[in-house]
Design a binder for this molecule. Structure first.
Ligand code: ADP
Ligand code: MG
Ligand code: MG
Length: 255
């Protein structure tokens, strides 16, 4: 039984105006096979949390812990985290000129598994995942994300998720900018990985729309760098009606 634990996480970032504390004590436990939604307004620190889990060097952990099955994730390099089973689908996937999708996937798979995948099974898996995600096979020979539409970039993130088979996936606003058809396809990809491999999911989103397709076990409201409230799926329905204003008022009154 795998578990990803975040304990009292405080994270700073250096800005031109000086040091800013972005995360202010985040506590979160995700067990194997659980789906946790993090919902919050823009600028509340959701991407900072995602990048900190993945190991982005800009984000300095000043207090707290991240543990994967008891191992200290904060001592691991970015690639060690990936090998340990942590995956990040980025809010803004980056273009990699000169590297084809095929080469990228095979290189990543080889790095993560410690050996190259057997070629026939691998080609079959890639084709199957691309077809599941309704990606034209021509994408395989295109450079990663170069000239991809927003929806194609997000599908390409989920393609990696399906093929790399992590234990835990952080999905940073994978839903933003998707039309309904693409949203369904991407959600089905996440649900497949969840059903087939017991993937634990940290689903970061601004909107409740994706939660119609991916059913969360827990919903956390994220405001000003910490979890302001948590509940079950019903909390998302309340947010849909009431928005985040209530929490913002509570935050500013506390300052
Ligand atoms: P969210 O994803 O919830 O919209 P972010 O984590 O992107 O929030 O940002 C939270 C706050 O931290 C924002 O005020 C943002 O400007 C600031 N921030 C995040 N990353 C950086 C960075 N690399 N440099 C400076 N400020 C940053
Ligand atoms: Mg945002
Ligand atoms: Mg963000």
């Amino acid at each position: 039984m795998s578990v990803l634990e975040i304990k009292n996480l405080h994270v700073n970032v250096e800005t031109e105006q000086g040091t800013r504390e972005i995360l202010r004590g985040v506590d979160l436990v995700i067990n194997e096979g659980e789906i946790h939604a993090i919902m919050g307004p823009n600028g509340s620190g959701k991407s900072t949390l995602a990048y900190t889990i993945a190991g982005h060097p800009k984000y300095q952990v000043v207090e707290g812990e991240i543990l994967l099955d008891g191992e200290n994730v904060l001592e691991m390099s970015v690639d060690e985290r990936a090998r340990a089973g942590v995956f990040l689908a980025m809010q803004y996937p980056v273009e990699i000129p000169g590297v084809t999708v095929t080469n990228f996937l095979r290189t990543a798979k080889t790095a993560i598994d410690g050996e190259a995948p057997a070629i026939r099974g691998w080609i079959k898996d890639v084709r199957e995942s691309m077809s599941n995600l309704k990606m034209d096979s021509a994408f395989a020979e295109r450079n990663v994300n170069e000239g991809f539409s927003g929806g194609e970039k997000k599908r390409n993130e989920i393609l990696q998720l399906e093929l790399l088979k992590p234990k835990f996936a952080v999905l940073d606003e994978t839903d933003s900018g998707l039309d309904v058809d693409a949203l369904k396809i991407v959600s089905e990809g996440v649900n497949r990985a969840h059903a087939n491999t017991g993937l634990g999911v940290l689903l970061i989103t601004h909107y409740t729309r994706i939660l119609r397709y991916i059913k969360p076990d827990f919903v956390h409201v994220f405001v000003a760098g910490r979890i302001a409230e948590q509940g079950g799926a019903e909390l998302a329905d309340r947010l849909e009606e009431e928005g985040y204003d209530r929490y913002q008022v509570a935050e500013s009154a506390a300052e």
